[in-house]
Structure formats: structure tokens, C-alpha cells
Design a protein around this ligand. Structure first.
Ligand SMILES: NC(=O)c1ccc[n+]([C@@H]2O[C@H](COP(=O)([O-])OP(=O)(O)OC[C@H]3O[C@@H](n4cnc5c(N)ncnc54)[C@H](O)[C@@H]3O)[C@@H](O)[C@H]2O)c1
Ligand SMILES: [Zn+2]
Length: 390
């Protein structure tokens, strides 16, 4: 069954592409189609896409190498060159078939081509379906720094079809779950219950209808946040939950022989940031609760702590740890890396006047707290994460 989100000025279709894409394209029309893939999505997703949409094979198809390493200016040059060769005019349509890398970069190239041609996101990873394809943020890495050059521009439409997840490598699939968990904690207690089910650990075996339920709820959270704050001036910061520490951990491991996926790092970040939130009193706690707040020096989790997701969702930080340890491997963060991780956190875009700022969920869905943890609190939370082993 097709589900449609009407997100600002564009639709997000969730369900079988056959039920949405051909009719949408017929209504809209375009002069030409330019389709961007990477080496994996060309092999695994393009045949399904062409079969389901009935598009002829002669659309211009570009394939770029897979991976974040190629989300840069020289790949954009290649894409623009191919757009030039294909004589792409302003009524053309760019289709981005792939994960977040293809969506971010293909969208950026389209948004800048002849001052902007329309583009469509067809996300093929769980991360892109639930997060990257929605919200209009486009961009590329520059001199190794992530997402440095980019623009905000909405796609003409987004088509989310869970069939593509069947070929996604298990590690990538699990990585995408970090964003689903994040969305659950930000705003949807029912999704949080869903994520706690054992079935999710066996995610490769989820039925299409289970995927559709999970995706519908997860996308709804992202859509609501982006609608409230399209240009990231306020509540959208909540989408960075787990990412302040997570990005620093990700960058650190990137330089080692065993890099983490984005989701694995965000999972560590969500545990650490939840612990910091649980040991930090809210700005104006009711007087009778003030005494209940634990000293930040302890890392045990207090049941009446001002937990993110309010504890009202059920279970608080212990449940988060249990869910994450079922989905992600435990990857201790070496103590020798702590100074570097703190340094990396200080470069975070959200910081103001040299203070590290992190947004964590408040006590009720879609509420937010901003924390300004010191180095010691961050290190204590990492030590606690390390101690969780197994
Ligand atoms: N714009 C945003 O708001 C936003 C939000 C979050 C993340 N991002 C960006 O998204 C990127 C990460 O996205 P990602 O995790 O999707 O990475 P990705 O695009 O690199 O895809 C991961 C891997 O899976 C392969 N793949 C994709 N779909 C497949 C399928 N169906 N079957 C088999 N293989 C498949 C890809 O070729 C790649 O090797 C980062 O660059 C990040 O900055 C953007
Ligand atoms: Zn993320």
C-alpha cells in the first residue's frame, strides 16, 4: 500500500515504485532523464528500478565509484561533464539512485547545473531512506572535511521503496538503524517499542510490510522536524542527537585500520550523550526532584533522572544500551584517543563561543535540551561505554 507524505512543496512516496513513479512522471513530464548511480546501485538497484518504472534503457546513466571518498569536487566535475555531453537542459530531470552519497552529490550537481534542474531522490540504503533523502540538505566533502560545500534545495519528489534493502550489505543495514533509533527517541514512543522487538535484530528478514511500518514512522519524525525548522535554526539540531560524540568517534576510527560505519559511531554517541543527559539536571527542575539528580561523577543510571525520551517511553538508558548492543558490535574507544576525540568535538559546527554544545531529546516527544558538557563528563561517558563490554 502506497503511503504519501506531503512535505512542504514535494511528495515523499513510500511503497512499491510501480504505484507511484510512472504516474508521477507522466503528470510532471520532462525533456530528458539523467540517472546517477554508483557501481553497487547500478548493479543491484538499476535493473529493479528500470523494471518497476518502465523507463527505457536509453536514459543517460552515469556510474561513479561507490563510497564517501568520492563525494568530492572531482566527482562533481565528472558528473557536470556528463551533463554537458548529454546536453542536459533546464527541463531535464536528474534521478539519484543510491545511498546518501549519491543523493547528496547528485542533488548538489543538479541544484547547481544551469542554476538548478529538478531532481528526484530514490534512496537505496536505510540511512538514506530514513534520513539523508529528506530535508533538502545537499553537498560534498572538501579537502577531506565532510559536507563543507553545499546548498539547501528540496527535491521534486522522493520515492522510498524498501525492496532495495534486500541487497544492502548487513553492516550498512545495521548502520542505518542508528538513525531509526534516533528518530524513535526524538519523537515516537511507538517506534521505540517497534525497534525494541527482537525481529529488528534480524532485520534482513523483515517483511515488506514490517519495513513499511518502520519507515513510515521514522520518516514522519524527520519530516516533522524539518518542516518546523527547514534551515536548521532551532529544533533541527535534535537530529544531531548522538552525533556530537558520534562524529568525533567516527573521525577517530577513520584513521585506524578498523573504521566504524556512521551508524556504529552514532550508536556509541547516543549511549554517551544519553548518559551525560541523565546525569545533568534540567535547567529548572521541580524543587522536589533536584535532590534526585545524580552527581555527574557517577555513571550509573538513575531511574528518575531527566532522561532523554523522558523515561516515559519505557526503560531509559538501560533499554537504549540493550537495543544498541543487540544491533551493533561493542567497539571500545581507546583511552589514549580521548584528547583527540575532545579536540574533534570542539570543531563541531553547533558550538558557540568555544563551548561544546549537544542537543538531546527532552522529557516529551519533540522537545529538546541543549547540554554543554565539559571534557571530563565526555570522558566519563566513554569510559562507561567501554565498560559495557559484551
Ligand atoms: N543530506 C542529509 O541530510 C544527510 C543526512 C545523513 C547523511 N547524509 C550523508 O549520507 C552519506 C551516507 O549515506 P549512506 O550510508 O547511504 O552511504 P553510501 O551512499 O555510501 O552507501 C553505502 C554503501 O552501500 C552501497 N549501496 C547502496 N544501496 C545499495 C543497495 N540497495 N544494495 C547494495 N549496495 C548498496 C553503496 O554503493 C555504498 O557502497 C554521507 O555522505 C552523509 O554525509 C546526508
Ligand atoms: Zn547520522
Amino acid at each position: 500500500m502506497l503511503h504519501t507524505f506531503h512535505h512542504g512543496d514535494y511528495p515523499i512516496f513510500l511503497g512499491d515504485l510501480r504505484e507511484s513513479f510512472p504516474a508521477w512522471l507522466h503528470d510532471r513530464g520532462c525533456s530528458q532523464i539523467y540517472l546517477l548511480t554508483d557501481e553497487n546501485t547500478r548493479c543491484h538497484c538499476l535493473p529493479i528500478f528500470l523494471e518497476k518504472t518502465g523507463l527505457p534503457n536509453e536514459v543517460t546513466i552515469t556510474e561513479i565509484p561507490a563510497g564517501e571518498n568520492f563525494k568530492n569536487l572531482s566527482t562533481c566535475e565528472r558528473i557536470w561533464q556528463q551533463m554537458l555531453d548529454a546536453k542536459l537542459d533546464r527541463k531535464a530531470l536528474v534521478l539519484n539512485l543510491g545511498g546518501g552519497v549519491i543523493g547528496d552529490m547528485g542533488g548538489f550537481c543538479a541544484a547547481t547545473w544551469k542554476r538548478g534542474v529538478d531532481f528526484v531522490q530514490v534512496p537505496t540504503t536505510l540511512l538514506a531512506m530514513t534520513d539523508a533523502a529528506i530535508g533538502g540538505k545537499l553537498g560534498i566533502d572538501f579537502q577531506g572535511v565532510k559536507n563543507t560545500i553545499g546548498v539547501f534545495k528540496n527535491p521534486a519528489a522522493v520515492f522510498v521503496d524498501p525492496d532495495f534493502l534486500k541487497t544492502l550489505p548487513e553492516r550498512e543495514l545495521r548502520s542505518g538503524f542508528a538513525e531509526v533509533i534516533k528518530h524513535a527517541l526524538i519523537g515516537d514512543p511507538e517506534l521505540w517499542q517497534m525497534v525494541q522487538s527482537e525481529a529488528v535484530t534480524q532485520s534482513h528478514r523483515l517483511t515488506t510490510s514490517a519495513w513499511l511500518d518502520l519507515l513510515r514512522a521514522s520518516i514522519a519524525v524527520k519530516v516533522r522536524i524539518v518542516q518546523e525548522d527547514p534551515l536548521e535554526k532551532g529544533i533541527r539540531a535534535l537530529l544531531n542527537f548522538g552525533h556530537t560524540i558520534g562524529h568525533a568517534v567516527e573521525s577517530y576510527f577513520l584513521e585506524t585500520n578498523e573504521p566504524l560505519t556512521h551508524g556504529e559511531a552514532v550508536a556509541v554517541g547516543m549511549i554517551c550523550e544519553s548518559l551525560i543527559a541523565a546525569s545533568t539536571p534540567p535547567p529548572t527542575p521541580p524543587p522536589n526532584e533536584r535532590g534526585d539528580v545524580e552527581d555527574a561523577a557517577t555513571t550509573s543510571v538513575h531511574s528518575t533522572s531527566p532522561l532523554p525520551f523522558g523515561g516515559g517511553v519505557g526503560g531509559g538508558v538501560e533499554t537504549l544500551i540493550a537495543v544498541i548492543s543487540r544491533i551493533f558490535p561493542h567497539r571500545p574507544v581507546p583511552e589514549s584517543s580521548f584528547p583527540e576525540i575532545w579536540n574533534l568535538m570542539q570543531q563541531d559546527k553547533k558550538n558557540i563561543s568555544g563551548k561544546v554544545r549537544m542537543a538531546v531529546p527532552g522529557a516529551t516527544p519533540f522537545s529538546m535540551r541543549i547540554l554543554e558538557p565539559g571534557r571530563e563528563e565526555v570522558e566519563r561517558s566513554l569510559l562507561f561505554y567501554n565498560s559495557l563490554n559484551g
